[in-house]
Design a protein around this ligand. Structure first.
Ligand SMILES: [Zn+2]
Length: 319
C-alpha cells in the first residue's frame, strides 16, 4: 500500500458526554461513524482506550480498509498544544490535563495523531464544508453549554502563542453586571449567551413574569424556553432579546477588531435564531463601524454536530 492509498482521516470528537468518531475522505465525505459515552474516570488511558475502541470498530466494519487511514485527528474540549500533541487544560475532562494524548494514540494505533481545540475545529469544518465555504477570514462562535470561539485569519487558524486564543465567550460585555463566570472573571459573554445563561436569566427574571408558562417549570432548559418563545411567551422573548443584545455587543467588538468576511454562529442555542437575530443585528449595526458591519455576513452554521469532526479531518489532511 502506497501513501497515495492513505486517503481517510479517522476523526474523533471528544465531547463532554459522547465520543463521536468518523472516517472522512479528502472531499469531506463521512463514511463510517461510531458513538460511545466519554469515559469520566481519573485515568487518561481510559480515553485513549475509547478512541482505540472506535478505531477497532471501524476496522471490524464490513467494507472498512484500515490501510487507508492516514492519521487520527482528535477534537478536544479544552486548550491543546498542537505542536506537542499535549492537552494543556480540559475543564470537563481534567484527567487529560498535561497528558500527551497524541503520542499515546500513536503508540496504540501506529498512526500519526494530532489534537485540536473543539471550537477551532468547528471553525475549520464550517469553512471547509459548511456556511463559510470560499471565505478566508471568519469567526465561528459556538453557543452551547458555554460559548466557544474559533478565528481563521486569511485561511489560517489563529491559535495565539499558547494555543489558547479566540476565547470569545470570555470577552467582557458587562463590567457592572457582577455575574461570575467559570473562568474567574465577571460579566463574560458566556454568562449571557450560552444555554446555561439562558436558563439562569430566565430563573432570575421569572418573578417579574407571573403569567409566563415558564414560571412554574421545574425543568427549565434552553430548549423549553425557546419553545415558549415560539408560542409568544413574554418572559422567553425578553430573555432571547437580552441574549441577542449581549451577543451583538460581543460581535461588534470582534468585527471592529478583525474585519471578518463572515461570522458563523453554531451550537444548540442557534435553534432560537429567529428569536435573537434581530436584536443581535441591531447591536452590530449600532456599534460596529458601518463599512465593516455592511461587509460582514452573520449566518447560522451548516455542519451541525459534524463541524468538529470535519474540521479535525481537514486539519489531518493538511498537517
Ligand atoms: Zn469567563
Amino acid at each position: 500500500m502506497t501513501d497515495r492509498g492513505k486517503n481517510l482521516i479517522f476523526a474523533a470528537d471528544l465531547g463532554g458526554t459522547h465520543l463521536r468518531a468518523a472516517t472522512v475522505d479528502s472531499r469531506g465525505q463521512i463514511h463510517f461513524r461510531a458513538k460511545q459515552n466519554t469515559p469520566h474516570g481519573t485515568d487518561p488511558n481510559e480515553i485513549v482506550a475509547a478512541v482505540v475502541h472506535a478505531v477497532q470498530e471501524y476496522s471490524g466494519d464490513l467494507g472498512s480498509d484500515p490501510d487507508r487511514l492516514k492519521a487520527i485527528s482528535l477534537v478536544v474540549p479544552g486548550t491543546v498544544n498542537v505542536e506537542t500533541g499535549t492537552v494543556v487544560k480540559a475543564p470537563n475532562l481534567p484527567c487529560l490535563d498535561g497528558f500527551p494524548l497524541a503520542a499515546a494514540l500513536t503508540d496504540e494505533l501506529g498512526l500519526p495523531a494530532i489534537l485540536e481545540n473543539d471550537a477551532n475545529a468547528a471553525a475549520v469544518g464550517e469553512m471547509w464544508q459548511g456556511a463559510a465555504q470560499g471565505c478566508r477570514t471568519i469567526i465561528c462562535v459556538t453557543l452551547g453549554t458555554g460559548v466557544g470561539g474559533g478565528i481563521i485569519l486569511d485561511g489560517e487558524l489563529w491559535r495565539g502563542v499558547d494555543g489558547a486564543a479566540a476565547e470569545i465567550g470570555h470577552m467582557c460585555v458587562d463590567p457592572f453586571g457582577g455575574v461570575a463566570c467559570t473562568c474567574g472573571s465577571r460579566g463574560c459573554l458566556e454568562v449571557f449567551a450560552s444555554a446555561t445563561a439562558i436558563v439562569r436569566m430566565t430563573r432570575e427574571a421569572s418573578p417579574r413574569y407571573p403569567e409566563s408558562v415558564l414560571h412554574a417549570s421545574r425543568n427549565l432548559t434552553s430548549e423549553s424556553i425557546f419553545e415558549a418563545g415560539l408560542q409568544g411567551d413574554e418572559l422567553a422573548l425578553e430573555i432571547f432579546r437580552r441574549m441577542g443584545v449581549y451577543l451583538g455587543i460581543g460581535l461588534a467588538n470582534l468585527i471592529n477588531i478583525l474585519n471578518p468576511e463572515m461570522i458563523v454562529i453554531a451550537g444548540g442555542v442557534v435553534n432560537a435564531w429567529g428569536l435573537f437575530e434581530k436584536h443581535m443585528l441591531h447591536e452590530v449595526e449600532e456599534r460596529a463601524f458601518p463599512l465593516l458591519a455592511a461587509r460582514v455576513k452573520i449566518v447560522r452554521a451548516k455542519c451541525g454536530d459534524d463541524a468538529g469532526l470535519l474540521g479535525a479531518a481537514r486539519l489531518g489532511f493538511t498537517a
